[in-house]
Design a protein around this ligand. Structure first.
Ligand SMILES: Nc1ncnc2c1ncn2[C@@H]1O[C@H](COP(=O)(O)OP(=O)(O)O)[C@@H](O)[C@H]1O
Ligand SMILES: [Mg+2]
Length: 332
């Protein structure tokens, strides 16, 4: 395979006679052997992109090349080279873990001894050996998701699409899946991962594209995205909401992005944490405003999303950009 595992050019996909533009001109270039993150809130077009890349859905316009083949013109060449696992585990509840994997292998016309050996190996790798002969119905959510991922790997595809692989999982199962994904990539697999968890993208993805309403709104490494908005977040606590609100105009010009108030707290994002902290405290002191708390931290990708779009990643119901000093839900 070449250096580029997946390439899309200006993909548009509409639904309902063009009323819904799920993807509105998305071009991606996914390097081989790495984790590429497609990050965005609910409804931003992530699943639509994954379905197009895995030949389930045709684009309305634009081109997509996966493993060197056009997804529309050569889907039969693409399919054996990809694996797909996602938020909704597709395992058959009435089969055992082993039977599920064997069935996938048979459906893909792989030879039987290979399938049996590969299935055993995957069950072992994903810590499912003890449960291999149990009906999947009895599996926990985390076990199902691991089995689903194993099923996507029976054919040893070089490219893996993971559509929100950890959504709905408890923190421990999420950690386990992250470790599995990291191991796969160390073994040379290319992973295109969609997620609405900024922490997940931060942890796994070498390169990120941020989608909002079917369009790319930012792209780069997570460090680059963070650098774009300043190096440090300063969070001031105040005794009253009035005090927090009256601090906004005093500090607004220090912030690389709009200042953020929620209740008693005020957040600004700055390039030079220590120097600006001193300046900010002096200004507040001169105005007779004494903060009750002060925290310095690195911006999360969640902060990045807010800075780029004016809304939090979880606030997909909010339409339009929020104004300066927008009130928002607490997300940490
Ligand atoms: N089959 C469909 N029919 C109509 N609208 C759809 C269909 N699939 C997706 N959409 C719409 O396209 C947009 C993007 O959806 P989707 O790709 O599922 O987003 P995500 O996976 O990021 O949550 C949403 O507005 C969704 O309602
Ligand atoms: Mg989705």
């Amino acid at each position: 395979m070449s250096d580029v595992a997946v390439e899309t050019h200006d993909i548009v996909r509409t639904f309902r006679d063009g009323e819904v533009r799920a993807l509105d001109g998305v071009s991606l270039s996914v390097p081989a052997g790495r984790v590429f993150g497609l990050l965005g809130p609910n409804g931003s077009g992530k699943t639509t992109m994954v379905r197009i890349l895995s030949t389930i859905l045709r684009p309305t316009s634009g081109r997509a090349i996966v493993a060197g083949y056009d997804v529309v013109k050569q889907p039969e060449k693409v399919r054996p080279r990809i694996g797909l696992a996602g938020q909704y585990a597709t395992v058959d509840e009435n089969l055992t873990g082993f039977e599920n994997l064997r069935m996938v292998g048979m459906l893909n016309h792989l030879n039987k001894p290979y399938v049996v050996a590969k299935s055993r190996q995957l069950l072992e790798d994903f810590d499912l050996t003890d449960a291999a002969n149990r009906i999947t119905k009895t599996y926990s959510g985390g076990m199902r998701r691991r089995l689903d991922l194993a099923a996507a790997l029976v054919g040893a595809p070089p490219i893996l699409f993971l559509d929100e692989p950890t959504t709905g999982l408890d923190p421990q199962s999420r950690q386990e899946l992250w470790t599995i994904i990291e191991r796969l990539v160390e073994g040379g697999t290319t992973v295109l991962l969609t997620t609405q968890y900024l922490e997940e993208a931060d942890r796994l993805a070498h390169h990120l594209v941020v989608l909002d309403r079917g369009r790319i709104i930012a792209e780069g490494t997570s460090a680059q995205l963070k650098a774009q908005m300043g190096a440090t977040v300063l969070e001031f606590g105040f005794a009253t909401t009035d005090a927090a609100a009256s601090a906004v105009p005093l500090l607004a010009d220090l912030s690389a992005t709009p200042a953020n108030v929620e209740g008693h707290n005020l957040e600004i994002t700055v390039d030079d944490g220590p120097a600006i902290t001193a300046d900010a405290l002096r200004r507040l002191d001169e105005a007779g405003l004494r903060p009750t708390g002060l925290t310095l931290r690195e911006p999360s990708l969640d902060d990045v999303f807010l800075a780029l779009t004016g809304h939090r990643a979880e606030d997909e119901a909010l339409d339009g950009a929020a104004p300066v000093a927008a009130t928002r839900r607490r997300s940490r």
